[in-house]
Design a protein around this ligand. Structure first.
Ligand code: URA
Length: 492
């Protein structure tokens, strides 16, 4: 299919049909020309095939053909500006299967022309959406890397050809071809998916049409060997069932020979872990040396029991060289769902106060003392809707102390000059002992690495107060943040 462009009638949008669902270059070329011709986002309808034999449904009018009738930008119109961060995010986000992704990217590109810092506004709904799309795509790629399993097929002439079946949720197949070529350079292989296929003959990569499950072979003798190997490397001390199900959803299990072993291995895990501990085998892994590596490693953490609940790790976020680090207690329900710190009610209150104090949240590194959400589950009466509510539980001092290992890792890498602890759990994590927030707030304390610790109350505490108490406590909170803002400005 070729890209298509049709000139709009009055009151109608320009219709752009991209050649492929992951056609970043095509999108970029059209988007550039449309921005240069000053066509606003609400005058463009984007469409592309959906990779499964249909279209994403965005364009009812587009026709295939040339792009001769693209609006012509005025002579000497400068090229649109797009930061490297935007391009990186856009290249990932375009692989998502959301039909609205092209329009979102164009809207952001359009907005970047007026406000080059638009991506720094983490509360902006477009910014949050593009980040979410990129995150989901990264996750899908990660699953493809981890869960593709080859079966051996003998070709005519006796050579082995390895064939795998995989079902991606997004348009990630082409983008991940390089990974498999690098990893399995010396094999002849095919990866078949409902969104298209890849074939490598040891020298050349070819793309093929979508395939069906039945096109790939079922199990082969190599599986027994692999299963035995998997059972021998399975480490019960690292078992985390919630995360495992999240990372390795059951729908992938049918394509993975080792999955057949998992129920039995889980059942035996506790006994094997006890045996390992008794034998003193519990080894300490070194701490990851970069922030992305910490983020990746956190989800597998089970240094304390909180990580074994059905939750996900919420890593810190913010610039690698932030002057200010803000530390909360632990992610809540909404943070756990979003995978980002301070996005729920407490986060919104914090954001409002940061703005009032003149602290730019995007310039700070925001994290928590404990990286997983600790909760108890409470059944909801049927009349109040389905499901179970997850009720926040405070981490114990021991859990805070155990999780300090991660916060120390973040502090070593970011090296903030000022650390703001929100509430007693954060203060404990930073000082290694419990202190009174009311006594210690409003003035800097020295930390061993030479940075300053400022302590104030946690925004969740403010949310729990009645109106009168809240008004006066919020004033104190605001004053604490202003003092921090002043100090950060001095150091800057
Ligand atoms: N409360 C916290 O302490 N951290 C969050 O990320 C959210 C709520």
């Amino acid at each position: 299919m070729t890209s298509a462009f049709r000139e709009p009638r009055i009151d109608e949008a320009y219709c752009v049909t991209l050649a492929e669902p992951d056609d970043f270059e095509g999108w970029r070329d059209y988007a550039r020309r449309l921005v240069m011709a000053e066509v606003p986002p609400d005058r463009v309808i984007w469409d592309a095939p959906d990779g499964l034999g249909g279209s994403s449904g965005g364009d009812l009018f587009a026709t295939n053909g040339s792009d001769k009738r693209l609006p012509v930008p005025a002579a000497n119109t400068p090229q649109p500006r797009a930061s490297r961060d935007f391009v990186t995010l856009a290249k990932k986000a375009i692989l998502h299967s959301d039909p609205a992704r092209f329009a979102l990217l164009y809207r952001l590109l359009w907005r970047l022309q007026g406000n080059p810092r638009v991506l720094e506004d983490r509360a902006d709904s477009d910014v949050r959406r593009i980040e979410e799309l990129a995150r989901t795509v990264r996750r899908d790629s990660h699953k493809m890397h981890a869960f593709v399993r080859f079966r051996v097929v003998e070709e005519e002439g006796g050579a082995d050809h390895y064939v795998a079946w995989f079902e991606p949720e997004h348009h990630i197949v082409r983008a991940n071809a390089g990974f498999f070529v690098n990893r399995f350079t010396n094999m002849r292989w095919s990866i078949l998916t409902p969104r298209g296929s890849l074939h490598w003959d040891g020298e050349t990569l070819r793309e093929g049409p979508p395939a069906q499950r039945g096109d790939a072979p079922e199990g082969d003798p190599a599986e027994d060997l692999w299963k035995r190997y998997y059972a021998s490397i399975f480490n019960p001390a690292r078992l985390k069932i919630g995360a495992m199900l999240k990372e390795m959803p059951k729908r992938y299990w049918k394509n993975m020979p080792e999955a057949a072993l998992i129920p039995d291995l889980i059942a035996g895990a506790q006994a094997r872990e006890a045996a390992m501990v008794a034998a003193g085998e519990r080894e300490e892994a070194p701490r990851p040396a970069t922030l992305p590596a910490i983020t990746d490693a956190l989800d597998a953490c089970r240094r304390c029991p909180i990580g074994s609940l059905d939750n996900r790790a919420v890593a810190g976020e913010g610039p690698r060289d932030a002057l200010l680090m803000i530390v909360g207690e632990q992610p809540g329900d909404q943070e756990d769902r979003a995978g980002r710190p301070f996005v729920g009610p407490a986060g919104q209150l914090l954001d409002a106060h940061l703005i009032d104090a003149g602290i730019e949240r995007g310039a700070a590194y925001v994290t928590n003392a404990v990286k997983h959400f600790k909760f108890t589950q409470q059944s909801t009466p049927v009349s109040r809707g389905p499901g179970k509510r997850r009720l926040h539980q405070s981490p114990t001092a021991k859990e805070i102390d155990i999780c300090r290992w991660w916060l120390e890792g973040e502090r070593e890498l970011v090296k903030p000059r000022v650390v703001l602890a929100l509430g007693a759990s954060a203060a404990r994590s930073l000082l290694g002992k419990t202190v009174s927030v009311q006594k210690e707030r409003g003035r800097p304390l020295a930390l061993a690495d030479g940075s300053e610790l400022w302590i104030t109350t946690h925004p969740s505490y403010l949310l729990r107060l009645d109106d009168a108490a809240r008004a006066s406590e919020e004033q104190r909170f605001a004053a604490d943040l202003r003092a921090v803002a002043l100090r950060v400005a001095e150091l800057a």
